[in-house]
Design a protein around this ligand. Structure first.
Ligand SMILES: *Cc1c(COP(=O)(O)O)cnc(C)c1O
Length: 326
């Protein structure tokens, strides 16, 4: 197995969120935010830590082209494009939809373009078969003489998850007696890695609706990361923040985003980190997280995705306070 390839400056900051803590009914000194949104590559976010390991493996195999899949607003795809730019490698992103679906596109697609990535539009594709489509794209690239390396959906392999074992170690060092680490659950590698460092009891995942069986996905990855049998039943996963579905704005998420922005000047996104915060807030309301328990919110990034989310953009602009003077 290969070494990781460093893509940023470590460790990321741990900041208190005193005003938000008090707004939620916690004590001011026991709610923290781990700023993985500030990771200094390509706009930041959790995917960089996973890419350090998968890209390290790609380099070890002599690859010259990184290939990955996701939704058109995938933060993972954008950061794969940035990593490729940093390393002088070609990047091919495999997205569902057609080139027309990019028209009027914004957010992550803008950055994919700036980083010089190519996009293969796969048409109407069942999400379950995107991996096979990407394998096919690799085959076509090989026929053209390229040496492609396929990074799985979300970078969530046991190898990629190692980046979050390291992040979990940082969290334990920065907040030694942490009792809850709250994180968005998408493709599962981030939560699985944290479990590798912190155990099942301390990690609370908030499902975002990116996969159909999130507990099974995280259990399988955690089992490989830890080398012991981690069962789906032992995991702390909240399923209550998916709402109408992955790409759709969920009302409690809009509230969590504006509460956090107004209390701390911190921006969350409607697909992942906003859902995680809405889940944290629900956990406090229900007594799953109580005062006098140190809690870390892992900020996984996603700001470009906010600007690519038309519903959230429209709602926010419509709610803008205007003042006038006569
Ligand atoms: C991908 C992503 C997540 C979820 O991480 P997984 O490892 O896929 O579960 C959370 N937040 C943001 C902003 C992401 O882009």
């Amino acid at each position: 197995m290969s070494a990781k390839h460093s893509l940023s400056t470590w460790l990321t900051p741990m900041e208190p969120m005193p005003r938000l803590a008090v707004a939620l009914g916690l004590n001011g000194d026991e709610l923290w935010v781990k700023r993985d949104d500030l990771i200094g590559l390509g706009g930041g976010g959790n995917k960089v830590r996973k890419l350090e390991w998968t890209v390290g493996d790609a380099l070890a195999t002599g690859a010259d082209t990184l290939v990955t899949t996701g939704a058109a607003q995938s933060n993972h795809a954008r950061l794969t494009a940035a990593a490729g730019a940093r390393l002088g490698m070609n990047v091919v992103l495999v997205f569902p939809g057609t080139a027309d679906s990019a028209a009027g596109g914004s957010g992550n697609l803008v950055l994919d373009s700036l980083f010089g990535a190519s996009v293969f539009w796969s048409g109407e594709t069942d999400p379950a078969t995107m991996g096979a489509v990407a394998e096919d794209v690799c085959e076509q690239l090989r026929k053209r003489g390229a040496r492609p390396y396929l990074i799985p959906f979300g970078g969530s392999s046991p190898l990629g998850a190692r980046g979050y074992v390291e992040a979990g170690d940082e969290i334990r060092m920065q907040v030694p007696d942490v009792e809850h680490v709250v994180v968005a659950l998408g493709s599962g590698g981030t939560m699985a890695g944290l479990i590798g460092a912190l155990g099942e009891e301390r990690v609370l995942g908030v499902d975002c609706g990116a996969v159909t069986e999130p507990a099974d996905v995280v259990a399988a990855l955690s089992t490989q990361v830890t080398g012991r049998n981690v069962t789906a039943a032992s995991l702390r996963i909240r399923l209550d923040q998916v709402g109408p579905g992955y790409g759709v704005l969920h009302e409690p998420v809009m509230e969590a985003m504006s509460t956090t922005a107004r209390a701390e000047g911190i921006v969350l996104d409607p697909t992942y980190s906003g859902r995680a915060m809405a889940g944290l807030m629900a956990a406090v309301r229900e007594g799953e997280i109580r005062p006098n328990q140190r809690t870390v919110f892992l900020h996984t990034g996603g700001l470009p995705g906010l600007f690519g989310h038309a519903q959230t953009v429209q709602r926010s602009v419509a709610a803008l306070n205007s003042i006038t003077f006569r």
